[in-house]
Design a protein around this ligand. Structure first.
Ligand SMILES: C[S@@+](CC[C@H](N)C(=O)[O-])C[C@H]1O[C@@H](n2cnc3c(N)ncnc32)[C@H](O)[C@@H]1O
Length: 220
């Protein structure tokens, strides 16, 4: 993913928000290039960030991505990597747009609701996440992009067909009918308060269709 991050241009003065920063995995990369801030819902993750990177202690915050404790238009860059699945996505996206400056950049990754029916690994991962009780939301990317269109310019679009393609950097830039993961780089056009209609669900369309098919077979 560092290769992906390198496709963006950074200024030392850029205020960058690492949204769902975890234990600070990306701090070594962004911390030397930008004015770095990290937020995470987990106190223990933030404690770990502070322990590992005491020089940036004041800029690691515990908080919810759906209610960011930052002013409107306050970040040049927002990186939401591997986190969107765990969020209430409509509120999370609206908050990212709120705190991003006009002309600022938002990078988001997530999972699509219509993945391939033969993507067994994706199906297993979905069931496993549910089994653990982890929040795990799937995005109707087509719907989300349509809702975003008035407010952003799409700078990069990446669609990864199967589970595993992300790690192998195998993607298309035109949205296919079905795909598993996605990554978007958005540039905010102008400031507006946006409320999104529902575009995410805790059950993927693929999982729902398969389960429905299985129960029809049981019936018949
Ligand atoms: C899979 S980890 C990814 C961490 C980091 N972005 C990385 O790639 O190394 C997801 C992180 O998102 C955090 N998280 C989950 N839901 C969140 C929310 N609603 N607001 C803020 N952080 C959240 C979790 O605590 C966890 O640290």
């Amino acid at each position: 993913m560092i290769r992906f991050f390198e496709t963006l241009h950074y200024e030392k003065t850029d205020r960058l928000l690492d949204y769902g920063c975890g234990f600070g995995r990306f701090y070594p990369f962004f911390g030397s290039r930008t004015d770095y801030y990290g937020i995470d819902i987990s106190q223990s993750m933030i404690d770990e960030c502070v322990r590992r990177f005491p020089e940036n202690a004041g800029k690691f915050t515990v908080g919810e991505g759906e209610e960011l404790p930052f002013a409107d238009n306050s970040f040049d860059k927002i990186i939401c990597f591997g986190v969107f699945d765990a969020c209430y996505q409509e509120s999370a996206l609206s908050q990212m747009l709120r705190v991003c400056k006009e002309g600022g950049t938002i990078l988001i990754t997530g999972k699509n609701t219509r993945y391939h029916t033969n993507d067994e690994q994706a199906y297993i991962a979905e069931e496993a996440a549910r089994g653990k009780g982890h929040p795990n939301y799937f995005t109707d990317v087509s719907d989300m992009e349509a809702q975003l269109k008035p407010y952003v310019t799409f700078k990069q679009r990446r669609y990864y067909a199967y589970r595993g393609d992300f790690a192998n950097d195998r993607y298309t830039e035109v949205m296919p009918e079905r795909f598993y993961e996605w990554a978007l780089v958005l540039e905010k056009k102008q400031h507006v308060d946006v409320t999104f209609e529902k575009f995410a669900d805790a059950y993927s369309d693929t999982w729902k269709a398969k389960t429905n098919e299985a129960s029809m077979c049981d019936l018949g």
